[in-house]
Design a protein around this ligand. Structure first.
Ligand SMILES: Cc1cc2nc3c(=O)[nH]c(=O)nc-3n(C[C@H](O)[C@H](O)[C@H](O)COP(=O)(O)OP(=O)(O)OC[C@H]3O[C@@H](n4cnc5c(N)ncnc54)[C@H](O)[C@@H]3O)c2cc1C
Length: 429
């Protein structure tokens, strides 16, 4: 329960309230509104997309890896991809580490698309607003307290979806979770883009050659903590994008640690850009053309839910009765060392994401979606791709809409109803 002495203004009451507009929250808000319930979406930045527009440019998880890629995400996420393709602002691009077919897009166009889909579905968006607390009645979450330039505000809803990535609402509501204090979490990455690249020459440099050039540069004194990583084409002429920097052992929910990580991430980005420009063919005339809005956080809080997805579930391609989405992505662990550890599912296989991973232990009225789901560290390193975050957002939204309309907690929504509705809107389960 809130203990603030500052006045708190009542703002909106809706059927569904989504916190965070990343791949999971954006898809959740759009889906819930399309399901015909009233929806509010609260976001701390002034645009939608979370990591999908702040940091990255490639959706993975839509397709299984391997020789015969199979599409395993569908429904509202397709609307996003189809619109990117229609505008000529996305290209298909296989992952060179075996994570499957990716869809590389222009993040600025994606900002427009997320927002257009949300506003046209009727989502009420509130930007520049940071959620600081959960409103509780007994063990039920009834809304949130947030802060913005207008002061503290209260937003209420029948069902709240925590898609903050860091499980901010769940943590405030007392849901147990694991974070950096309990074991390893993945390292963080500041991404950057290079403009004015001779793309034909740059893309002729194979991954192994790039890494050999990197190793030589390190011997010559360049400060490059990660000895691999990728630089890839984009849909824009002369622009290459990177995933190279590495800041390890950071608790991203600790603002002092996160501040240090931001400074270190940008310092590394400048150094990796210097390496590319000075040492790699095709980049001779390139300029550093954009740093990620913030450092990319792969993993922070993972809640404990009614079920916890495990490494064994992932590697054995386990199926569940309450499946709401599928995933074929490998475990991709950006640990504190200089490389990345990959572990693959059996060729062409997928595992199911159970609805129970979105249902927090101990509280009602709340669902989580996206990278704060209930999973162990290794399972999380597979299930966190944006395709799966969108699929989780879509499922949480359909469950929330059913719960709101039926006047029951999300936990009591019949799985058969949820799965039938998901299939009806194109989800692949
Ligand atoms: C460096 C990096 C590289 C990656 N590479 C890929 C890749 O190539 N392809 C891929 O598919 N996946 C990749 N991933 C994983 C994937 O991007 C993420 O797991 C996924 O985007 C998470 O989506 P989300 O919606 O759960 O969270 P986020 O995208 O983190 O969204 C959370 C949203 O909530 C907002 N928010 C947070 N707290 C609050 C609050 N208290 N109040 C209001 N708003 C709040 C944030 O601003 C944000 O918009 C990568 C991740 C990182 C960090």
């Amino acid at each position: 329960m809130s203990t603030y002495t500052a006045p708190i203004r009542d703002l909106w009451t809706t059927d569904v309230l989504v916190i965070g507009s990343g791949s999971a929250g954006a898809t959740a808000a759009i889906t819930a509104a399309r399901e015909g319930v009233t929806v509010a979406l609260v976001e701390r930045y002034g645009f939608m997309g979370g990591i999908s527009t702040q940091v990255l440019d490639t959706f993975y998880g839509f397709y299984t890896p391997g020789q015969q890629p199979r599409k395993v995400v569908g429904g509202v996420p397709d609307l996003v991809v189809d619109e990117l393709l229609r505008r000529g602002k996305a290209v298909f691009r296989p992952n060179t580490y075996g994570a499957g077919q990716g869809i590389t897009y222009d993040p600025e166009t994606l900002k427009l698309i997320w927002e257009r889909l949300a506003t046209s579905a009727g989502v009420r968006i509130l930007y520049h607003t940071f959620v600081v607390d959960a409103l509780m009645e007994g063990d039920r979450v009834t809304g949130v307290v947030a802060i913005n330039k207008g002061g503290f505000v209260r937003l209420k809803a029948r069902v709240v979806i925590d898609a903050s990535g860091d499980a901010d609402v769940a943590a405030a509501a007392g849901v147990p979770y694991e974070s950096a204090a309990d074991g390893p979490v993945q390292s963080l990455t500041t991404t950057f883009r290079l403009l004015n690249v001779d793309v034909a020459r740059a893309r002729a440099v194979r991954k192994e050659e790039l890494h050999a050039l990197m190793a030589r540069a390190i011997e010559d004194g360049y400060a490059l903590p990660r000895r691999e990583g990728s630089v890839h084409i984009t849909p824009l002429d002369g622009v290459m994008a990177t995933n190279m920097t590495r800041v390890a052992n950071i608790d991203a929910t600790d603002p002092e640690q996160l501040t240090r990580a931001e400074i270190e991430g940008r310092r590394q980005a400048e150094e990796y850009a210097r390496f590319l420009i000075e040492r790699v063919p095709g980049y001779e005339r390139a300029v550093l053309g954009g740093l990620s809005t913030q450092i990319g956080v792969r993993e922070s809080r993972r809640i404990f839910g009614a079920y916890r997805l495990t490494r064994a579930d992932v590697l054995s391609a386990r199926k569940f009765e309450d499946a709401i989405a599928r995933c074929g992505a490998p475990i991709e662990d950006h640990h504190a060392g200089s490389d990345t550890v990959w572990q693959y599912l059996p060729e062409g296989e997928t595992y199911d994401i159970p609805f129970r991973c979105l249902l927090p232990e101990s509280v009602e009225g709340l669902l989580v979606a996206g990278r704060c789901l209930s999973a162990d560290h290794d399972a999380h390193a597979s299930v966190r791709s944006m395709g799966q975050c969108m699929a989780m957002g879509q499922a949480a939204a359909v469950a929330a809409a059913l719960a709101a309309r039926q006047g029951r907690p999300p936990r009591e929504v019949a799985i058969s109803d949820l799965q039938a509705r998901l299939r009806a809107i194109g989800a692949i389960i």
